[in-house]
Design a protein around this ligand. Structure first.
Ligand SMILES: C[S@@+](CC[C@H](N)C(=O)[O-])C[C@H]1O[C@@H](n2cnc3c(N)ncnc32)[C@H](O)[C@@H]1O
Ligand code: SF4
Ligand code: SF4
Length: 620
């Protein structure tokens, strides 16, 4: 199955929340670090003080869980069954109306009197953690006073007593091959549900199972169908995608987990459409190569959105006479993320976007932080001259000092840019004009910037180019079309990630002086692979020029928007960006290559939506 064919919305459809959460609205109640085992996947450091949490603290936690609307609690430690006051605490939870689950290694539950007292107190369900069905292996991974035989006999008893029992198995390098046998054993005991998880901590890095092995193991266990239900959590979604409907989160365990730092994620996960559904996205770099080979959920996305005029507010020739500021009318109430006030042509009106391609916060940030909203004043459906066709909308000068600002969101007005589209292009021209030697152009497409150089060499051909040019472009039709206009150009049909790219362009024998990615960076599916290849083909002291456009919003009339939608329905331009990186994000992607920044023109409210990065490969 090609996972890339999954759309994000399809993922959502496959993972309805009630299927994803094993125990919804259960809160984990920590009973202390004290434990009768010393698991290699224990979340606590080896030298942690092993103690019980006081009954008073646990009672307070139960009360808080109840007040926060929990329907149940999961007692877990350490090992909750060795807490001397566990039966009383279970009883207390039940009296608060909370259902009770225990997360245990099961060793003590083999003792009939322990189990009886917990039943009596009102325990409803039990999760038993096991590493293997092999006594020696289990002992080596669980350590301490672990006893596989006792845990298994507790499981058997629970099943016989009709208690819902879930066996949780942490996946480690050492236990993967023993899991089919464990499944057989559990099936024999009447267990119906086994839950696989990847521990957050392991005692030594080599104990961590490789993602490729985890994937193979999950596939084989699922296909063998030994126990009725296998679910999993903390495993990258793309590893389990073939079994999406079985994915489950053990939400109540969250308090033990570190929060995922969005900025710390690997690039493959940041580009992934499944990221919001994935509870184990990869931290930067870690295992990234393995995940890439699985083709994670990646689909092209839009890099612009439309606003349409919504409500007329007032006739206002000059904002100095604004009726809202004068108190003669109320500031209009609207969704501040998706709408804004616009002052043009002597009128104050609201404009709104219903874009489904971007979330509300993203839309607001493009407008307020990036400052990228424009008014389309052209009569063209497809814009070809942004300086002419788009007028920048920026916060109105008068509003910035208005005392009503805050209560009123403030209006946007047409304001000239310090660095507009042509000024930005002029800067690109300035850099291109300095290039000599061998130049590789990645993603030739319609070569907007290079056209000026190509056109001046039109009649004379290659000999007139200031550099030795090779262009690559994966779209064959574009190459054919361009070749007919400039037959002397050296063009090849290839993408930046193609494994044979170096050989194709001769970069392994004759490296390049300059590599250009002119508005093609966000089109490249696999940035890491692409840049590894491109970097290896760049001469020491050579440069890489990246020019890219950020997301922007355009205010358009209803009629024009309708016509554009008609065009899209008839197969208009498809989305082509895999991401919408800003220049600082591109710098993070490129950080491992240690390039020196020669020029960095970022996007801001006084610039058009084009950023420029000109980078140099160190000479040593
Ligand atoms: C927006 S166009 C840029 C055209 C031109 N370079 C310019 O200056 O505007 C992006 C081009 O990148 C090409 N492209 C897409 N994926 C690519 C890849 N993986 N490697 C290289 N080029 C790619 C597209 O086919 C398209 O022609
Ligand atoms: S976020 Fe990362 S780990 Fe999760 S499904 Fe996407 S690519 Fe895989
Ligand atoms: S912030 Fe602008 S639109 Fe709002 S009341 Fe003041 S002048 Fe009027």
């Amino acid at each position: 199955m090609n996972l890339a064919t999954y759309d994000a919305h399809l993922l959502t459809a496959l993972l309805p929340p009630n299927r994803r959460r094993f125990l919804s609205r259960y809160v984990r109640i920590f009973t202390g670090t004290a434990c009768n085992q010393r698991c290699v996947s224990c979340p606590f450091p080896a030298d942690v003080d092993r103690s019980f949490r006081s009954a008073a603290e646990i009672q307070a936690a139960l009360q808080a869980a109840k007040e926060k609307g929990a329907t149940g609690v999961v007692f877990s430690g350490g090992e909750p069954t060795i807490h001397p006051e566990l039966p009383e605490l279970v009883q207390e939870a039940r009296q608060l109306g909370l259902a009770v689950c225990l997360a245990t290694n099961g060793v003590l539950l083999a003792e009939r009197n322990v189990l009886e007292s917990l039943y009596k107190a009102g325990v409803g369900r039990i999760q038993v953690h096991l590493f293997s069905g092999d006594e020696t292996l289990h002992q080596s991974l669980a350590g301490g006073q672990s006893r596989l035989e006792a845990s298994l006999s507790a499981i058997q008893r629970l099943v016989e007593d009709g208690v819902p029992v879930l066996v949780v198995v942490p996946l480690l390098a050492e236990n993967l091959t023993s899991l089919p046998a464990l499944m057989d054993t559990l099936h024999g005991l009447g267990v119906e549900h086994v839950h696989l998880t990847l521990p957050d901590q392991v005692r030594q890095p080599e104990m961590r199972a490789s993602l490729a092995d985890v994937r193979t193991t999950i596939d084989s266990l699922m296909n063998a169908g030994r126990v009725a239900r296998i679910s999993f959590d903390r495993i990258p979604l793309c590893l389990t995608a073939t079994h999406l409907s079985k994915h489950a989160f053990l939400r109540h365990r969250d308090p033990l987990r570190g929060q995922v730092d969005e900025n710390g994620l690997s690039w493959v996960c940041r580009d992934c459409d499944g990221a919001s559904q994935c509870d184990a996205p990869l931290a930067r770099g870690e295992d990234e190569q393995e995940i890439r080979t699985l083709s994670p959920f990646l689909s092209p996305r839009s890099n612009s959105f439309n606003y349409i005029p919504n409500d007329f507010v007032a006739d206002v020739a000059d904002l100095a006479d604004c009726p809202i500021a004068a108190g003669s009318m109320e500031a209009p109430a609207f969704d501040r993320q998706r709408e804004f006030l616009m002052h043009t042509r002597d009128r104050l009106l609201t404009v709104a976007t219903d874009s489904g391609d971007f979330g509300g916060a993203e839309l607001a940030s493009v407008r307020d932080e990036l400052g990228q909203v424009y008014l389309d004043t052209s009569d063209k459906l497809l814009l070809d001259d942004f300086d002419q066709d788009l007028q920048p909308l920026r916060p109105a000068t008068h509003c910035t000092t208005c005392p009503t600002l805050g209560t009123c969101p403030g209006a946007f007005e047409l304001r000239p840019l310090e660095i507009g589209f042509s000024a930005s292009e002029a800067r690109v021209d300035g850099i291109l004009g300095q290039l000599t030697g061998r130049v590789l152009d990645v993603g030739v497409g319609e070569p907007v910037s290079l056209a000026r150089i190509f056109d001046s060499a039109k009649d004379e051909g290659l000999s007139e180019l200031p550099f030795k040019y090779i262009g690559i472009e994966p779209d064959k039709s574009r190459i054919d079309e361009l070749s007919s206009r400039h037959p002397w150009l050296h063009l090849l049909c290839a993408g930046a990630e193609d494994p044979d790219l170096c050989a194709k362009v001769g970069g392994d024998t004759e490296p390049f002086d300059h590599i250009l990615l002119l508005r093609s960076y966000n089109h490249v599916r696999d940035l890491r692979v692409a840049f590894q290849q491109l970097f290896s083909m760049l001469k020491p002291g050579g440069t890489m020029l990246l020019v890219e456009n950020t997301v922007f919003g355009v205010v358009r009339g209803r009629k024009k928007l309708w016509e554009l939608e008609q065009m899209e329905q008839q197969g208009g331009a498809p989305f082509e960006h895999y991401r919408n990186h800003l220049s600082h994000e591109a710098l993070e992607v490129l950080a491992p290559f240690g390039l020196e920044v020669l020029e960095h023109m970022a996007v801001g409210s006084t610039t058009a939506n084009q950023w420029i990065l000109w980078l140099k490969k160190p000479t040593i």
